[in-house]
Design a protein around this ligand. Sequence first.
Ligand code: PLP
Ligand code: ZN
Length: 373
Amino acid sequence: MESIDQFTCLNCNSRFSLDLPIWRCPCGGVLDVIKTISFDPSCLKNRHPSLWRYREVLPITSDRSIVSFGEGFTPMLRMELSNRTVWIKQDHLFPSGSYKDRGSTVLVSKIKELGIHQVVEDSSGNAGASIAAYCAKAGIECDIFVPSSTSPAKLIQIEAYGAQIHLVPGSRDDTAKAALGAAQTVYYASHTWNPLFFQGTKTFAYEICEQLNWHSPDAVVLPAGNGTLLIGSYIGFQELLMLQLIEHMPRMIAIQAQHCAPLYHAYQQKTKEVFPVNAKETLAEGIAITNPVRGRQMMEIVYKTNGQVLIVSENEIRASLKEWCKKGIYLEPTSACVLAGLNHYMQTTDAEHVVSVITGHGLKSNESIKKML
Ligand SMILES: *Cc1c(COP(=O)(O)O)cnc(C)c1O
Ligand SMILES: [Zn+2]
């Protein structure tokens, strides 16, 4: 069958070859990847427990382009919560300490395949550290823009991988603007704009369904900042439905911090339009996104899957962090926020099979955790 794999613009529907070094449509719209999917799970039997076991659905042409540490296929913890069983995917156990490696391994592989030698990225910390790690492995030069308020541990990690750090005063939005400026001349390895990143995060859905013996959960409870995990898993679940490997689409439950909740406002207004908010500082720095590039796409997913947007207070983040540390799980405050949201959700649902996630390792946030104990 001839491949129809292409970029498509969500704004004007233009199509582009996946071999073009683009990350945004000339019209300014966000791009998605459309891909012919064919995949037979019987091939999985003898494959390594990494996310590259789903090789056929990842848009990389040659195996020689793959930049990988053997990441993924993270263990799921089975737990009792509100008298029901939930599974928590342990995505803090990735090589750079966060699930962002799902997107980076696929995006940087494609960058290597395209013969690109230099990239820019901007981040509140984890995406930058992740892209820097994979660029280090691939020998690609990389410049990371971060807010000057970023956690010291994340800055050290980015620098240690050999990336060039650019500290930007002001908000996370100001940092994004600075990176966009640099991206006029250098390829933008953006986890928010670049659709190839989402081709990596979609493996989250493949792993869950394989680990649940090719059943889809009733609901997945996920962080919602820029939506890399929310949109990525939706893409994955959709492909699995198309392949008839699962029987239904799970409800997508998006968790935000009360102090920075643009999606929650849209949800309350019952609209898809997401407007920038004036945020207060939050412990959940990984999802403190006031003006998400793919906000509309996230809201469409929430509505289409009969999902919800829930918010969590700073006190709840603190309590959740302590509670999970006492269970032996060392996690970032951002991840504690998601699990506090999971608690909310469990109190209101009769869903039987619920999956959530630990997105980032506590070792990334030692200083802020120390203050919370
Ligand atoms: C990036 C990040 C998130 C948020 O994910 P989005 O894709 O921006 O919604 C959550 N937790 C951690 C630890 C992160 O690094
Ligand atoms: Zn367009």
